[in-house]
Every structure is written in C-alpha cells, then in structure tokens.
Design a protein around this ligand. Structure first.
Ligand SMILES: C[S@@+](CC[C@H](N)C(=O)[O-])C[C@H]1O[C@@H](n2cnc3c(N)ncnc32)[C@H](O)[C@@H]1O
Length: 376
C-alpha cells in the first residue's frame, strides 16, 4: 500500500466516502507523498512525455509568439513572461534560447510558477539564464504559458442517471460508489454547456477551471497581454481520466496512488467561454495549426536526422498530439491583435533551429551506412 493510499483509507474510514477530486489532489499534490511533489523528470526518466520534452522546436516556435506579443505591446522593458507548471523546464529553456539567439529582445523576465518542489529544483539547475525567476510570481505578465497544466487539475467524476449527474465517490476499499443524490455543481456545469450525455455515461469535470482562469486573468494585472493554454481537450467533458506509469497508459486512477500520473482532458471550449465572460478575447487552434502558423516547415526543412524527424512528426500528427491538443488564446486589452499562432505570418529564415542529438538507433544506422560507403 502506498503512503497516500494508507492516509486516504484512514480518512475514508473516519469520514465515509470522499470525492474523487480529493483523491486525485492527494495522489498528485500530497505535500510529502504526491506524484508531482516528488517527480524529477519526464521522457525517458519519467512516466510520460510532453511536446516540449519531445522536441525543442516546440518551445523555440512558441518563442516567435512571445516575440510577436512583445512587438505588439511596443516592446515593453522588461518583457515579462510567466509560465505555469514548467515541468523539467524544457519549454522555458528552448523558448528563451530562441529569444536570445534570434531576436533583439534582451530585457526579459521569465517567471516560473511551479507547484512541485522537486521540479522547481530541477528547473533551477537547468535554467541558468539570468531572466529566470521563481520568486515574485505576483509580478504582472505580458505573455503567459501553461502547457499540459490544466489537465493536471483535480476533477470530479460523475455518472448520468435519468438526466441527472450522481458523483462517483471513493470508498474505504478504494472502490467507486455512487452518491445518493445528484451533484448540484456538476448539474449546473452541464446546464451551462447545454449538453446531457447519454444514460450511464461517466464524465470527468474540472470544477476548478474558472478559479484557475481567474489566477491567469489576475496575473495580467490590468496590463495588456496574451495567455496560451495548451492541452488535451474534451469538450463537453466525458470519461477522460488517464494514468501513466513508466510510459504505460492506464485508466484506473485508484491504484498506485502517489506513484503514477493522473490527468483528465480539459474542457477548453468552456475555458474559452469563461475567458470571454471575464472580458478577454478568446479563440483556439489545434496544436498542429499553431505550430504551422509559427513556421514549423522552416524547422522541418532544416532537420533531416531520423530522431528529429520522428519527434517533429509527432508534434503535428493530426491523430496524435497535433490534433488532440488544442491551444487556447486569451487576450487582454488587445482587441485588434491577431496572434500569429492563430492566423500565421511570414517568418524570416531562422539563423539556426534546435535539434536533438541522434538516439542509439540513429547512431547505429548512420555508423552502418558510413562504414558501407567507407565514409569513416
Ligand atoms: C503534465 S506536467 C507538464 C509540464 C510542462 N508544462 C511540460 O509541458 O512538459 C504538469 C505540470 O504542472 C505543475 N502544476 C500542476 N498544478 C499546478 C498549479 N496549480 N500551479 C503550478 N504548477 C502546477 C506540475 O507540478 C507539473 O510541473
């Protein structure tokens, strides 16, 4: 039994069945035993891989979106970027790498707001550019980024019975049990999206989305700016809980509590609606479109190695991250601004594009043909 399981079983024995929201919160963010509390990395070293981990071109291309916002705001000094949930720092590193090598934007403050103490440590080791800050996160921001952070917010789980939503609670044996009466907030949520899923459907709903959006709006502090929220989407919400343990995808979030990742796709359409309600201009584009609009073909044309090609293909694959992940644009005080990530623009030829070191397969392959043709 994991320490999180032990604590939750004791709590449920005292209090009776609890919301899955609390189980997910403890599994991911328990101050001592939570999955994210102790996580040190992603990719080969961890349980799953995100777009910036897959290829540095992801952060590098988003750097172009940052640059465009800086220009549209008449080049504020310093230009303030805020990244929520920066993970291993991969996105921050390649984005700032772009700004440092391809642009004249030098006066930069890049603040990271990271919930995980272990990942904060990893970031501090990795991100050595003087632009990076971890403290003073209440500074206003011009450009805000959150990649695959909203899908790590705890969700409620419910089942549909005769048009009503009954919460699925977790009992002392860590099994699902249906609440006796419908859940008022989940009912109100679905009334807002004008949708009732078919009888018996299970839905995973983040009731914290609005409060999370408010933290973003607050960070603009009445200044003009753009926030990009990028995530796997399920609009309207459905049964979308996923777990990752050592690169194996699963769907039972009640096992290995504290030792496996749990995520739920994000109702990004509701985020857009809430953004508009909060006075922001809002729109969305699939990750594939976002990266193409930011000049993905230029990167692709410069990189011919197998490792690069495979990783780049995944980022824009309509059946994988390219199609399933959506970028939401939330604009404050910039009514006429059309972000390049949403509408495209002609980009100058880059000086250099980032690449991955060849992996073992690629090195073997190169060695073999170089030997065959006596090139070594
Ligand atoms: C799935 S990881 C994504 C990491 C990174 N953005 C990437 O794309 O590789 C989720 C990240 O969000 C962080 N996180 C989750 N909830 C957060 C919150 N409320 N505030 C700040 N960081 C949060 C986690 O600790 C973790 O670093």
């Amino acid at each position: 039994m994991t320490p999180v399981e032990e604590e939750l079983r004791a709590r449920i024995a005292r209090e009776g069945p609890i919301s899955f929201r609390d189980v997910m919160d403890a599994a991911l963010y328990h101050p001592k035993y939570g999955y994210y509390t102790n996580l040190r990395g992603f990719g080969a070293a961890g349980d799953f891989i995100t777009s910036p981990e897959r290829h540095p071109a992801f952060g590098w291309l988003l750097g172009r979106q940052a640059l465009e916002v800086w220009e549209a705001l008449d080049r504020p000094a310093p230009f303030r970027i805020l990244e929520l949930g920066a993970g291993s720092g991969a996105l921050a590193e390649s984005l700032v790498g772009f700004l440092r090598t391809e642009t004249e934007l030098t006066n930069l403050v890049y603040t990271v707001d990271e919930a995980s103490p272990s990942l904060r440590e990893v970031q501090r080791q990795r991100l050595t550019d003087p632009a990076f800050r971890w403290e003073g996160t209440e500074d206003p921001a011009h450009f805000i980024l959150a990649n695959e952070v909203a899908d790590a917010l705890p969700v409620h789980r419910a089942v549909v019975r005769q048009g009503h939503f009954y919460e699925l609670l977790v009992d002392a044996d860590l099994q699902w049990t249906e609440a006796p009466v419908p859940h008022a907030q989940i009912e109100a949520y679905f009334a807002e999206v004008h949708f009732t899923p078919p009888e018996g459907s299970i839905v995973d709903v983040c009731l914290e989305l609005e409060a999370w959006l408010e933290t973003i709006t607050r960070r603009f502090k009445q200044e003009r700016g753009l926030a990009l929220v990028i995530d796997y989407t399920a609009s309207p919400p459905r049964d979308s809980l996923l777990t990752y343990y050592r690169h194996t995808l699963g769907s039972d979030p009640l096992i290995r509590l504290g030792q496996q990742d749990i995520s739920a796709h994000v109702d990004l359409r509701t985020l857009v609606r809430l953004g508009i309600k909060a006075g922001l201009k809002a729109g969305a584009v699939a990750q594939r479109g976002l990266l193409y609009n930011l000049g993905f073909p230029q990167v692709q044309a410069r990189l011919s190695g197998m490792t690069d090609r495979q990783a780049l293909a995944h980022l824009v694959d309509a059946n994988a991250a390219g199609g399933q992940i959506v970028a939401v644009f939330l604009l404050r005080g910039m009514p006429d601004f059309k972000p390049a990530g949403a509408v495209g623009r002609d980009w100058p030829e880059p000086r250099a594009v980032p690449s991955l070191p060849p992996d073992a397969d690629e090195t073997d392959f190169l060695d073999q043909w170089q030997e065959a043709f006596n090139l070594k």
